[in-house]
Design a protein around this ligand. Structure first.
Ligand code: DGL
Length: 278
């Protein structure tokens, strides 16, 4: 791949539907920009997969989005950000496309935490992969050494969303159970990060069972704010983003099924195309 910064859309990648919760806010923040969304629904969830596989799948997605001319790719997935981002930034990008950029969602989320917590006791819901990676712990230790993190993995929440069961009784059972498990870790927790971009799709259930007085942090607005700030500071990338206000949706699963879910979520008709990642 030549080392030239192409002009093209912002690539947004997630294992499935979750990244739509970030895309929605990115589009609000950058209404003129073009976006290319890719959900690897055929291979979701990533949260229970090994480091090697999440890295391999994420790299395939980044390469694909680069081949479609994206100057910048956002990994709108905590699991991919936790398990693949650093290797891609440090090892792959310099060989593959040194002028392009790949950004994740964990650092901006941690940067924003001081706007939320007063007690410094912060809860985290994430996939088993994100929690086991210790990525949030490391970022918090660097940026807010005075904060304490209480992390709890929710292996059932992504399947509930991917199988479109987020409004069902099964969701009530698991959301309630996991909230009780996390809040039992410390009475001081006053802020809970939804550290998986799928989780805002369960927000009604989460609000129903979250004790009063605990702030729930979702990542869409935080990532959108952080990206606009990044583009202000990186004018070469900013100038490389094409601006016709379009969004294209790609999935590795059935396109009609994806479009159905995406249009409910994006609040407008969506058409999607199926692609294969190799
Ligand atoms: N949205 C992804 C995340 O933020 C979901 C991971 C999964 O596929 O399990 O972690």
């Amino acid at each position: 791949m030549p080392d030239e910064l192409p002009h093209g859309p912002i690539g947004v990648f997630d294992s499935g539907y979750g990244g739509l919760t970030v895309l929605r806010d990115l589009r609000r923040a950058l209404p003129d920009a073009d976006f290319l969304y890719l959900g690897d629904n055929a291979r979701a969830p990533y949260g229970t997969r090994s480091f090697e596989l999440v890295y391999e799948f994420t790299l395939q997605a980044v390469r694909y989005l680069f081949s479609r001319g994206c100057p910048l790719v956002i990994l709108a997935c905590n699991t991919a950000s936790a398990k693949a981002l650093r290797s891609i930034q440090q090892n792959d990008l310099p060989l593959l496309a040194p002028s392009r950029r790949v950004l994740g969602v964990i650092r901006p989320t941690v940067e924003a935490l001081s706007d939320y917590t007063r007690t410094g006791a912060v809860g985290l819901f994430g996939t088993p992969g994100t929690v086991a990676s210790g990525s949030y712990d490391m970022e918090i230790a660097k940026l807010h050494p005075d904060m304490r993190l209480y992390a709890h993995a929710c292996p059932m929440w992504v399947p509930l969303v991917e199988y479109r069961e987020s409004d069902g009784d099964g969701a009530d059972y698991f959301v309630r159970r996991d909230i009780e498990a996390l809040t039992a870790m410390s009475p001081d927790i006053d802020t809970v990060i939804l550290g998986c971009t799928h989780y805002p799709l369960l927000i009604d259930k989460i609000r129903k069972y979250m004790p009063e007085g605990i702030s729930v942090v979702t990542q869409g607005e935080i990532v959108a704010h952080s990206l606009t700030d990044y583009l202000r500071r990186h004018t070469d990338i900013e100038a490389a983003i094409t601006r016709h206000g379009t969004t294209e949706y790609l999935t590795t699963e059935n396109a009609a099924k994806f479009a159905d879910m995406a249009c409910v979520f994006m609040g407008a008709p969506v058409s999607a195309k199926r692609i294969e990642l190799v």
